[in-house]
Design a protein around this ligand. Structure first.
Ligand SMILES: Cc1cc2nc3c(=O)[nH]c(=O)nc-3n(C[C@H](O)[C@H](O)[C@H](O)COP(=O)(O)OP(=O)(O)OC[C@H]3O[C@@H](n4cnc5c(N)ncnc54)[C@H](O)[C@@H]3O)c2cc1C
Length: 399
């Protein structure tokens, strides 16, 4: 694939205009860390990377806002914010840590922190984008209270680069919580279900309430039994202790983790401890979602035997992974049907190479809103140049 990495915004704009005139297919990219995930990139596509267009433009700590170029690595942004004791309240991405802000928004995936801070799309205040014809456009603004224009931010979040190239964003920031405690309960799923339902209604507002399959617990070196991972944050130790006492009254087996154990479990959940999580490259990586009330039903499914998986209790969304030998293709298809029967969906982010002569499993199926999604795509990209064949909610023939 030909990769273009323009050094300035005007150079980028010129290249997009040129590609538009030629009707050449192209793919917006950030650091290029996960371009191969999801449906295949169409042959002949040019990759247009924003990696050279990085940098924090302005941080206003008193307003809790930051404006950043889309090619900026997440780690660089977090470092700038940390100097003012703030952070972008988002999990690091699953697997490898490198990611640009634009790539994170374009994929629209959030982890367990969504429980307290909501998804990254909810923290987007403003966006600048480059349309397929090379015209720069803006939506939203740089302040928390703004009502300007159409909510393009949500449309672009999770668009997989299929609508426009994000060039700059303004995001809400949060103070770094001075104190954090991670807690674990390992028990039967029915016990965890009852506890997580209570936690979701209680006024404790944990940062994360994540349900793990027994296989994920075992991969992290614990007993092969389902587990509930909690993270609490506060400004003072007495409040944290009160919260822990309150939870322990309902969960006598509650374990308060020391920092090293907590970091290890988070590494396992976020796939960065690959040996522990058992997720070598080239194997299955699945995003699963069900209504939160069905999360434990999904975790109990026979078809999930041996699959490390976590689901955020508040959203019912999570990731599962397994090697091609542990998880046969027909089981992934059965799992997808099971998620659908529970009112959810399954997306295949990564999969083993299919056997000769057989098609890959479709990354996603048609969404009920497919006609609307396609109409929006036509408006943004009439020549169908951007991320051809990778429009979320539109299944590709033959996977
Ligand atoms: C908890 C969590 C779990 C995650 N799990 C996964 C996962 O399992 N698989 C996965 O793929 N991602 C996952 N993500 C998202 C992951 O962070 C992104 O895929 C990653 O950030 C891509 O970064 P990148 O800069 O290398 O993007 P790239 O690999 O360059 O691009 C990734 C995608 O974003 C699009 N894109 C990139 N930059 C732009 C831009 N400026 N404008 C428009 N579109 C753009 C590309 O077209 C491509 O579709 C997860 C994120 C979180 C927070």
């Amino acid at each position: 694939m030909k990769v273009l990495a323009p050094q300035t915004l005007s150079e980028l704009q010129e290249q997009v205009r040129q590609l538009h005139a030629e009707a050449t297919p192209w793919l917006p990219a950030g650091l290029g860390s996960r371009l191969d995930w999801g449906p295949p990139v169409c042959a002949g596509s040019v990759v247009l990377s924003g990696r050279a267009l990085g940098g924090v433009r302005s941080h206003t700590p008193d307003d809790f806002t930051v404006t950043v170029a889309a090619g900026t690595p997440l780690a660089e942004l977090q470092q700038v914010l940390a100097a003012q004791r703030q952070w972008l309240s988002v999990d690091r991405p699953w697997g490898r840590p490198d990611t640009s802000i634009g790539g994170l928004i374009a994929r629209g995936l959030s982890g367990g922190y969504r429980q307290r801070y909501m998804g990254l799309r909810d923290q987007l205040l403003g966006i600048q984008l480059l349309r397929s014809d090379g015209v720069l456009a803006r939506a939203g603004g740089r302040v928390v209270k703004n009502v300007a224009g159409y909510d393009l931010m949500r449309l672009l979040s999770g668009s997989w680069g299929a609508l426009a190239l994000i060039t700059e964003v303004t995001l809400r920031t949060q103070p770094i919580p001075p104190l954090r405690r991670c807690l674990v309960v390992q028990a039967e799923l029915s016990t965890l279900q009852e506890l997580s339902r209570w936690l979701l209604k209680a006024s404790l507002s944990p940062e994360r309430i994540d349900l793990w399959s027994g296989s994920l617990a075992a991969a992290a070196g614990r007993a092969n039994q389902p587990l509930l991972l909690l993270s609490l944050a506060s400004i003072d130790a007495a409040t944290l202790d009160e919260q822990i006492t309150c939870i322990a009254e309902r969960a006598p087996d509650l374990e308060v983790l020391d920092d090293a154990v907590a970091a290890h479990l988070l590494d396992c959940e976020l796939g960065s401890s690959q040996a522990a999580a058992g997720a070598p490259r080239g194997d299955w990586l699945l995003r699963l979602a069900v209504p939160p009330a069905q999360a434990c039903t999904l975790l109990a499914a026979d078809v999930l035997q041996g699959v490390p998986l976590y689901l955020a209790a508040g959203s019912g969304i999570g990731d599962g992974w397994a090697s091609g030998t542990t998880l046969a293709r027909h089981r992934v298809e059965a799992l997808r049907r099971h998620c659908q029967a529970l009112g959810g969906y399954l997306s295949v982010l990564r999969q083993p190479s299919p056997a000769p002569g057989s098609a890959p499993v479709a990354a996603w199926l048609d969404a009920p809103a497919r006609p609307l999604i396609e109409a929006v795509k036509r408006q943004f990209d009439p020549k169908q140049q951007l991320a051809r064949g990778r429009l979320p909610g539109v299944a590709q023939p033959g996977g």
